[in-house]
Design a protein around this ligand. Structure first.
Ligand code: DUC
Ligand code: ZN
Ligand code: ZN
Length: 465
């Protein structure tokens, strides 16, 4: 027993704060960071030696599909337990997943149902985006404003996908409400007509193989929809977030909109930064099918440039877990046409190591930018006020990284319930070795210590209207 005022002290790490990297001790008290000092004199019950290691904010992944039923009616293969376990192993301590409404359902009930699942299973803290698929039945008039006021201050809209997509009038109505009530509206931005037109032509021509998925989602679909959503944000003066930007032109449209004063933020994902469309020519390409699809090398360069100049502020995983069997990718058979194969891939556990490797180990943008893009900026964008930073008063959500640890991904070495690693064969340098959530060690030396259901819901604070 000690009479230290700290529960835990992390010693001598290279602490990454907003103002740079300094060698310091971190004192943790009652789940929060209580001190960042050169030498903390006390001794705590839990002492962690971080000498030679980076002490980083735990990752904040604001785009992950967990225990969600897709627009096509397919259930994700990850529960809150398995998804957040995988996240924690990858150094992520906060997730924002989706409360996905389907037409005919009341938004309040949908949020309550997803909250129940998360409460039961989550190992780390979480919040929700509300996917709005039905503005009628007083959903937009009553349910959504009430939910925003309760702290569900993020809405997600699809401009494509049968059943869930919203037309322009509905989108404008949603933007008006979001603006009035103080919520952010996130978009899956792809033009529905273009995708349908291309899909019909490909199928009629017998071009059904998985690789045609990319042809069916032409870059013009993204470009048009990003431009339209930016114009709508400009018209309504609402705050928007463009999800998973994949094209050079999409990034440029956002850059120009921001220069005009449009309140638009954006994210991209590792599968756009580290994969090109050629990957659909590999064995079992269903593993890599996602929307928008992977693009070209020049798009990757443009996405990195957009990260560098602040046009793209967030890198999230878009973790969308489907197993390679009849429960997931092959629900419509192993020879299903490209448009009947579930979209998405796992990414919660690989996001941070891939980004650390690219931004820190291989030079480039550096450790402060890594922390900002993977933790600080996502937390700020969604009003998660106690998350995403190593600073006194913030939740002690901390990932201690060994910058020298090297790992080559294998075919199935993640802690989710998906059964494959889409980044198989890639070597990353840098790995989280100890991960704390609100001061509690959840992963240490490859062992999980977190109790199921310990994660807590996070209220998003009011964003500027
Ligand atoms: N695309 C999405 O829009 N959501 C889930 C996965 C994907 O590929
Ligand atoms: Zn999407
Ligand atoms: Zn998604």
């Amino acid at each position: 027993m000690t009479n230290s005022k700290y529960d835990t002290i992390i010693r001598s790490g290279m602490v990454v704060t907003a103002s740079g990297v300094t060698k310091a001790d971190i004192g943790i008290e009652a789940e929060k960071i209580a001190a960042i000092e050169q030498d903390i004199a006390d001794e705590a019950a839990v002492e962690i030696n971080a000498s030679g290691l980076f002490v980083l904010p735990g990752g904040v992944d604001t785009h992950c599909h967990i225990e969600q039923v897709s627009g096509a009616g397919l259930m994700n293969s990850d529960t809150f337990e398995s998804a957040t376990r995988s996240a924690a192993y990858g150094g992520t301590t906060t997730v924002v997943s989706f409360a996905a409404q389907h037409p005919g359902y009341k938004m309040r009930q949908v949020v309550e149902d997803y909250a129940g699942l998360a409460e039961k299973g989550a190992l780390i803290d979480y919040a929700f985006h509300m996917i709005v698929a039905d503005t009628g039945d007083r959903n937009l008039a009553d349910d959504i404003p009430a939910l925003i006021a309760q702290g569900h201050r993020s809405i997600k809209i699809f401009t494509t996908y049968d059943k869930v997509r919203q037309d322009d009038e509905a989108i404008l109505n949603i933007l008006d409400v979001a603006k009035r009530e103080g919520a952010l509206v996130c978009f899956h931005a792809e033009n529905d007509g273009l995708i349908r037109n291309m899909t019909a032509k490909l199928l009629a021509g017998g071009k059904t193989a998985p690789k045609y998925h990319a042809v069916s989602h032409p870059r013009e679909a993204e470009i048009e929809a990003i431009d339209r959503m930016c114009r709508f944000a400009e018209f309504t003066n609402a705050r928007i977030m463009i999800f998973h930007v994949s094209t050079r032109e999409g990034a440029e449209i956002i850059r120009q909109a921001r220069a005009r004063g449009v309140q638009v933020q954006s994210e991209t994902c590792p599968h756009y930064l580290f994969m090109t469309v050629d990957i659909l020519n590999s064995e079992n390409p269903a593993r890599f099918l996602c929307s928008p699809p992977q693009r070209l090398a020049y798009d990757q360069e443009a996405l990195w440039a957009a990260i560098s100049d602040g046009t793209i502020e967030l890198v999230t995983s878009d973790h969308a877990p489907y197993r390679l069997d009849a429960s997931g990718k092959f629900a419509h058979g192993v020879d299903a046409p490209f448009n009947r194969i579930a979209n998405g891939m796992p990414g919660l556990e690989t996001r941070l190591p891939l980004m650390f490797n690219a931004m820190v180990s291989e030079g480039g943008l550096g450790i402060e930018a890594f922390a900002r893009i993977t933790a600080t900026a996502p937390a700020q964008a969604f009003g998660l006020e106690r998350k995403g930073k190593i600073a006194v008063g913030f939740d002690a959500d901390i990932a201690i990284w060994d910058p020298e640890r090297i790992h080559t991904y294998g075919p199935n070495d993640l802690h989710d319930n998906v059964g494959y690693n889409p980044f198989e064969g890639m070597t990353v340098k840098g790995a989280p070795t100890t991960v704390l959530s609100r001061g509690e060690i959840v992963v240490q030396d490859s062992l999980l210590h977190a109790e199921i259901g310990r994660g807590k819901w996070l209220k998003m604070v009011a964003l500027t209207k």
